[in-house]
Design a protein around this ligand. Structure first.
Ligand code: ATP
Ligand code: MG
Length: 400
């Protein structure tokens, strides 16, 4: 067996620092765009921990090392668990670049295992200038750890895996792998406007769009005084929950009451559908301003009468932008569970009215056609109404 090299000492100032090794997954699939995706991810991770003193994100070998004061470990992990694009993270201890230091730390980890638990050392040598192969490091350190901790080595079905990474940014030992949120870094897919109501669905839809790399802004149609300022606050609270995943988030609050009154007069059984068409038109004007080439809604096939295939088609005919509906195929219960997991549910179920439960026709149409809706709108200048709605919107920027 090779003797353990002892050429490097621990970098100054890192003696007591904690570190987290974070990994990315799908970004590796992105070929030529990989660097751009990675840069976006690092930028997002830096933003997520930006207000925590002494926390530093260091890109390294298409992964990143997040160094932090030990007392902040939980908070840093919590923040990183909301950075899309991260697939997993490991709280690690940085050690000197020699096998004695690696063995000492790995022994500490092994000794914390219940007596009799087997282990295995896995080494990754990203810095090829290190003079031993990965296998040699694992074998050497494994022998020392077994002797010092009394825990047996088992290469095939170990009770615990202790990993050693030898990289140019430093040497790390860890035994825990925590899941990241997956997806793609926010911003890497561009922007999208989220039609955000106070309900359960639309915040979850926004979350899924963010998870696939969209940076979203919210658009909320507010029917004051029929929906009160409490509802507006609720929508802004929901946006704040979403901002935890992407950083500050603009929300356009669009006064909708006047337009709604005009539409209701024109509408007969089509009221809700005409409201939705007008919402899309105004959201599209706002999207142009935000340089967003798509809209997102919480539509779900068959959930309510406005969400039949015919009605969804008749609604979206009013708008040229593509409409993303991430929740289309979910059951309500699944959406509720997701809302609870991402933290929006408690806010969504607060009991305030939403504008479309007002001004509702007794027998809403379930199979409208775009041409029937266009006929109902014939006396209205819908383009001018949309511009006016967008122009009258209040832009509120919420922070996480
Ligand atoms: P959610 O779907 O968010 O639970 P909801 O059930 O009140 O709210 P639906 O009637 O299901 O809304 O409307 C379908 C979609 O239309 C919503 O998911 C949302 O994207 C959009 N929408 C409805 N009302 C509004 C509104 N007042 N402002 C912005 N978007 C809205
Ligand atoms: Mg809904």
């Amino acid at each position: 067996m090779q003797s353990a090299p002892k050429t490097h000492t621990q970098p100054a100032g890192t003696q007591n620092a904690g570190a987290i090794v974070v990994r990315i997954g799908e970004i590796f699939l992105k070929g030529g765009n990989r660097r751009q995706f990675f840069r976006q991810l690092v930028q997002n991770a830096k933003r997520a921990v930006g207000d925590l003193e002494g926390v530093v994100v260091e890109p390294s070998h298409l992964r990143a090392i997040v160094r932090h004061p030990p007392a902040l470990e939980r908070r840093v992990l919590d923040r990183l668990s909301r950075v899309f694009g991260l697939t997993s993270m490991s709280p690690a201890t940085e050690v000197a670049r020699d096998t004695a230091a690696m063995a000492a730390e790995a022994t500490r980890a092994a000794s914390a295992l219940p007596p009799g638990t087997s282990f295995k050392i896995e080494t990754r040598r990203r810095d090829k200038s290190f003079p031993m192969t990965s296998q040699d490091v694992s074998r050497h350190v494994g022998g020392e750890v077994a002797a010092a901790s009394g825990r047996p080595v088992d290469l095939h079905a170990p009770g615990a895996v202790i990993e050693i990474e030898i990289g140019s940014a430093g040497c790390f030992v860890y035994s825990r792998v925590l899941p990241g949120p997956g997806g793609l870094p926010v911003g890497s897919s561009g922007r999208a406007g989220l039609l955000l109501s106070g309900g359960i669905d639309s915040p979850v839809a926004g979350w899924y769009a963010m998870r696939r790399g969209c940076r979203i802004h919210g658009v909320y149609f507010h029917s004051f005084p029929y929906t009160g300022d409490k509802t507006k606050e609720k929508v802004l609270d929901l946006a704040r929950e979403l901002a935890l995943w992407q950083g500050q988030t603009p929300v356009y609050v669009v006064p909708f009451t006047e337009a709604q009154k005009q539409l209701r007069e024109a509408s007969g059984p089509y009221a809700v559908l005409l409201y939705r068409r007008m919402m899309l038109r105004a959201a599209a004007v706002i999207a142009r301003r935000e340089r967003a080439p798509a809209l997102v809604t919480g539509d779900n096939l068959g959930q309510v009468s406005s969400q039949t295939l015919e009605n969804l088609g008749a609604i979206e005919a009013a708008c040229e932008l593509p409409i993303l509906r991430p929740l289309l195929g979910f059951d309500k219960q699944e959406i509720v569970e997701k809302a609870a997991r991402i933290g929006t549910y408690e806010t969504s179920i607060q009991p305030y009215d939403d504008c479309c439960s007002l001004f509702l026709p007794k027998h809403p149409a379930t199979r409208a056609s775009a041409s029937a809706l266009a006929r109902a709108e014939a006396g209205l200048d819908t383009g001018a109404m949309a511009e006016q709605l967008a122009g009258g919107a209040e832009r509120v920027v919420v922070k996480p």
